[in-house]
Design a protein around this ligand. Structure first.
Ligand SMILES: [Zn+2]
Length: 1092
């Protein structure tokens, strides 16, 4: 420590650099002298393509990419022991002595990114006096709540937004430390920003009108987000075509037993018929005892509750709060203000632009927000403060996030045989925050303060500021994110891994054959196998493939290239699964192409006349996992499965769906797996690096809660296509499949998050397995999956040194290369609550809260989970009100600017299908959505919980940008317009009843509204500007999401409109969910109770 203190403060990222030197190819091509490894890797000389593109030279470490798998079966001990080196950092929180990190002075809120931060003296409290200026608070006077609004009084009476803040129409928040200093007025860069001036405030004029659509002042193209999944068509009798993606089929579309009849004759009765229609009474869930709505349902009782402090005089006794006067989730100012300049990560504790803003990132020492987003970028110094504020401290980490083409993938660093340089004590990896001392001979760990020797081959002199002179030539000394090539010490059994394998496991029972699924899939695989993930300039993928079909027995196929025809081997002893062949099971696609094509041609024919309706499930995964084990490689199983596995075998399931459990203490059992066999199997899969992606095609209850256990614990994905029919669903299924097969995946991964002294990672959410308290084990991890990590204090933090996170992911690449991906992030620390509240990010908070709640339902009654969320949010807001807001009337609701949308988003989470299901939401839907949300990133949860609603004819037809969104409420719909609504899973086109005939003709090629087919899922391809624009927009929305969104056309007043209205999340929902206005009033009441 002392030594360190004697060193002059070193600006972390060097002197102000107007332009980041970056890793332009030319800039460090010739300087690898000191580190040039003996190994033939490209080190970081030259343009080492990152993750996706490993230069061919990498092959020197990788075993041959093809050839028959080794025949041995023994080995592959459990991952744990094997990861010796990686896992040993138990001492992660070393001595609590302070770490001298002369990083950046205090918080630098969005200052201009290029400002010379390094030269500023440390400033502990960069913000002005907290309460007064900070208040971009949204105020809601008691009077207003009670009433509505009519022409509101001109002054502050507007309820929301004290004049200084929200009410400003300029788009800037003059007093807000958060947005104030950002340049404004520039045209949004990348795209869709409309020319709206960034008005974000509620509109005071237009009192809300029900039918006609009044664009909210802020109609920016922000993507809202939320909502739960939906309503199955069942109760509306709509065609099943219209079903939203994850909704199961309407029961009546499939009368019990119907689908089973056919050529097979009577079917075994074991599938207990699904209730054809859910009885209303079963919704006990929505009875009076259920959640908050009993407290705040309906128009909120007027003034008495809140009116203790009358605000400005109210001209009229209003009936309800003006929806325009409450914070709008449609945000445009951030897009306009922060989308124009790249987000430069050189400044500690900067809150990044919102996920709804298009921006580029320049890595100058901290990980891009595409990799890590935090609930707050300024965290309380003490646990007492943190407890007082109740703001969860969490990071949402997406280690392998895909980047836009303009941003470079992380550079790959090779330290040769010695491997990555790490702290001896806490095992943190070399990063820009490590402090070099003693002329460069030693470095002090920024995480645990341990002083380490610099190995001779890594030595470099320091400049006059104490910075290594080669800092900008080394990614690990100057960037937030980079990769290290791992040495053999980081490999299982001290052996470099083989390239991974993909095994396609296809259900060929009657249901799979009947729907055309098997034929469709086999046809698609013939071409899709040419697109397996590959790295860099590799001519072909290193991934080997294998094939299994099954019903209640398994069929393995030998597709060795030397065979004229594939050979089938049947294993009927499913109780004791083994792999009947090794040689010829996993093959190189190109070498065995003829045999594979022949097999894929034959499979649909071989089972065309099957009468087998029963399936097994656990033995199938077991077989795939054993095959990978025998081949000594990691890999992925693609399972295509149709029904509840009721055949006699391990993992056999019963139909235990029981909606009567909803809203009882036993409701949690609906989310829990039926038997422990699935978890046991999942653990074995994780140990083998066997990731499972599950494609479900159910006609009825299949127990998603149980079947998704293995995908969930192995980092896999689940897709569900209820009542699958080729003609209706092939586009969605094939799009998802293509994307899933092609996406880059890391295998056999372990992730560890290290922190600087004072905080530590205590809880983790996502699709993974953990066998201890620190290592997140992922059999597979793709670029869509996130892990949310919660932190708690274990000591006092220091404003000067801030807090550091380092996420290290050890994984095997698609080509079989063992790598470590490192992400670093530095956060500010504060002693004033106001600083915390000024640097929070609500979208990330909601991501954390939704995951917390969705996990909570596994163990607690749903109502308790909901109440916990409400209480926590009320505490967060009450703490702000009490400690940070300027004195004001007690009747006002004051929200921190950063959290002004917390209530509306929270309400969307509370009324989502998992926490408050409507009558038509099936148990499988809830389990499915619960599981999906667990791995979502912040962008996905944002739009999932608050959907984006885009009016299509408001903007000129020639406009090429996305139209500005409007708020998700029926009041915003004009019957003369058409709208697109999307939430990342579902996509609707709503057509108003009075829409112009010309528009109808242009889009649907019919002459009147009444002739439009309700439930249509494809728009006709017409040669006119409007048709092209709408279809183009649909394509663009789909391209932004990780899953294909099937379109459903909904006509106003049509019975299918109910389905659509479920997504208008600002309105009261049929399942009893509160409207935004009502919920806001409820929160206000809760906060007042806490304050009194
Ligand atoms: Zn350390």
């Amino acid at each position: 420590m002392n030594v360190n203190q004697s060193v002059p403060p070193v600006p972390p990222f060097g002197q102000p650099q107007p332009i980041y030197p970056g890793y332009h190819q030319s800039s460090y091509g010739g300087q690898s002298g000191s580190t040039a490894p003996a190994i033939p890797y490209g080190a970081y000389n030259g343009p080492v393509p990152g993750y996706q593109q490993t230069p061919p030279q990498g092959m020197s470490r990788a075993p041959p990419s093809s050839g028959a798998p080794p025949a041995s079966t023994a080995q592959a001990p459990c991952g744990q022991a094997a990861y010796g080196q990686f896992g040993q950092g138990d001492v992660q929180n070393g001595p609590s002595s302070t770490v001298q990190m002369q990083r950046l002075p205090g918080s630098q809120p969005f200052g201009s990114p290029l400002a010379p931060v390094g030269n500023q003296p440390p400033v502990l409290q960069p913000y002005g006096p907290p309460p007064t200026s900070a208040q971009v608070a949204t105020q809601l006077s008691g009077m207003q709540i009670s009433g509505a609004v009519a022409p509101a009084p001109p002054s502050s009476g507007l309820g929301f937004g004290p004049p200084t803040s929200l009410a400003s129409a300029s788009g800037s928040f003059p007093n807000s430390g958060l947005y104030g200093s950002y340049p404004q007025g520039q045209a949004p860069p990348l795209s869709q920003a409309q020319g709206h001036p960034g008005i974000q405030t509620p509109q005071r004029s237009a009192p809300s009108q029900a039918s006609s659509f009044t664009p909210p002042a802020s109609g920016g193209p922000r993507l809202p987000s939320m909502t739960g999944p939906l309503l199955p068509g069942q109760s509306f009798g709509g065609p099943s075509v219209s079903q939203p993606n994850h909704v199961s089929s309407p029961p009546q579309a499939l009368p019990p037993g119907t689908q089973m009849t056919g050529p097979l004759g009577p079917l075994p009765p074991m599938h207990s018929p699904q209730q054809p229609g859910y009885q209303p009474q079963q919704n006990g869930s929505f009875g009076p005892a259920r959640g908050p709505q009993s407290n705040y349902g309906g128009p909120y009782p007027a003034a008495p509750t809140f009116g203790s402090q009358p605000g400005p005089p109210q001209p009229l006794p209003p009936k309800r709060l003006d929806p325009d006067a409450i914070p709008s989730p449609v945000i445009e100012d951030d897009r306009n203000n922060r989308g124009t300049e790249p987000f430069v990560t050189g400044v500690r504790g900067q809150v990044p632009p919102l996920v709804t803003t298009n921006f580029l990132v320049k890595d100058q020492g901290n990980a891009s927000p595409r990799y890590i987003r935090c609930t707050s970028y300024n965290i309380p110094c003490t646990s007492d403060m943190a407890k007082q504020a109740q703001v969860p401290l969490a990071a949402v980490i997406k280690p392998l996030a895909r980047l836009p083409p303009e941003e470079a993938s992380p550079y790959v660093v090779d330290h040769g045989e010695s491997g990555p340089l790490r702290c001896n004590r806490c095992k943190a990896y070399m990063c820009p925050f490590m402090q070099f001392i003693e002329g460069g001979r030693r470095f002090q760990c920024c995480f645990c303060s341990c002083i380490n020797d610099v190995p001779p081959q890594y030595f470099q002199h320091l400049d006059h500021t104490g910075k290594r002179v080669d800092a900008y030539d080394r990614p690990e000394l100057s960037l937030g994110s980079y990769e290290f090539l791992a040495t053999v010490d980081y490999c299982k059994n001290n052996k470099f891994p083989s390239p991974p394998a993909f095994i396609f496991m296809i259900d060929v029972s009657y249901n799979a054959i009947r729907t055309g699924l098997v034929r469709l899939l086999c046809e698609e695989l013939k071409s899709l196998l040419d697109f397996l993930p590959r790295e860099g300039g590799a001519e072909e993928s290193a991934i080997r493939v294998g094939f299994v079909t099954y019903n209640k027995v398994l069929h393995f196929y030998n597709v060795k290239s030397s065979l004229a025809q594939p050979q089938m081997m049947v294993v009927s002893d499913v109780a004791d699964m083994f792999v009947p062949l090794l040689d010829g099971f996993l093959v190189n696609v190109n070498e065995s192409r003829a045999v594979i094509t022949s097999l894929l041609d034959q499979i649909p024919e071989m089972f065309a006349d099957t009468r087998e309706t029963e399936t097994v499930f656990v033995p199938v995964i077991q077989a795939g996992m054993e095959a990978l084990k025998a081949a000594e490689c990691a890999g992925k199983l693609f399972l295509f499965h149709t029904s509840l596995p009721i055949a006699e075998a391990p993992g056999k399931l019963k139909n235990r769906d029981d909606r009567k459990l909803i809203n009882t203490d036993k409701e949690k059992t609906l989310f829990q797996p039926q038997t422990g066999a699935y978890q046991t199997l999942a653990k074995e899969c994780v140990a083998q690096g066997c990731c499972v992606d599950l494609f479900l095609f159910p006609n009825q209850y299949v127990d998603v809660a149980t079947l998704s256990v293995v995908p969930q614990l192995t980092g896999g994905s689940v897709y569900k296509y209820a009542s699958f029919q080729v003609e209706n669903d092939q586009e969605r299924f094939l799009s998802d499949l293509r994307r899933d097969v092609q996406k880059v995946v890391g295998f056999d991964a372990v992730m560890r998050v290290r922190t600087s002294t004072g905080i530590r990672a205590v809880d983790f959410f996502g699709a993974f397995y953990m066998s201890n308290t620190t290592d997140v084990e992922l059999a597979g991890l793709d670029g869509d999956k996130t892990v949310t990590v919660e932190f708690k204090h274990d000591d006092r933090l220091n404003e000067e040194s801030g807090a550091l996170l380092q996420c290290a992911l050890l994984y095997t690449s698609c080509a079989g290369q063992r790598r470590l991906r490192i992400h670093n992030l530095a956060l500010n620390c504060c002693t004033q609550l106001a600083d915390l509240y000024r640097n929070c990010e609500t979208d990330t908070l909601i991501n954390y809260m939704a995951k917390f709640a969705y996990r909570g339902v596994l163990n607690s009654p749903v109502k308790a989970v909901r109440d916990t969320l409400i209480t926590q949010c009320a505490q967060i807001l009450a703490c702000y009100r009490k400690n940070c807001a300027s004195p004001s009337s007690a009747g006002q609701l004051i929200l921190p600017e950063c959290m002004k949308l917390l209530p509306v988003y929270l309400n969307c989470v509370l009324k989502s299908d998992v926490l408050q299901p409507g009558a038509e939401v099936t148990t499988d839907d809830r389990a499915y959505v619960r599981q999906l949300v667990t791995s979502m990133d912040v962008t996905e949860t944002n739009v999932f919980f608050y959907p984006r609603l885009l009016p299509l004819t408001k903007s000129p037809v020639e406009s090429t940008t996305e139209p500005p969104a409007v708020r998700a409420s029926e009041e915003r719909l004009s019957n003369g317009d058409i709208y697109l609504l999307e939430n990342g899973l579902n996509l609707f086109l709503w057509v108003g009843a009075s829409v112009q005939q010309g528009v109808v003709q242009s889009l649907f090629s019919v002459s009147s509204f009444s002739q439009i087919t309700s439930g249509l899922s494809v728009l006709p391809v017409l040669d006119n500007p409007l048709s092209k624009k709408v279809r183009g927009l649909i394509d663009s929305l789909r391209a932004q999401r990780s899953r294909y969104m099937k379109l459903t056309v909904v006509k106003q007043e049509d019975k299918m409109e109910m389905l659509f209205k479920h997504f208008l999340v600002e309105d009261k929902s049929l399942s009893g969910g509160a409207s935004y206005v009502d919920f806001l009033c409820h929160m206000h009441k809760e906060i007042r109770q806490l304050l009194s």
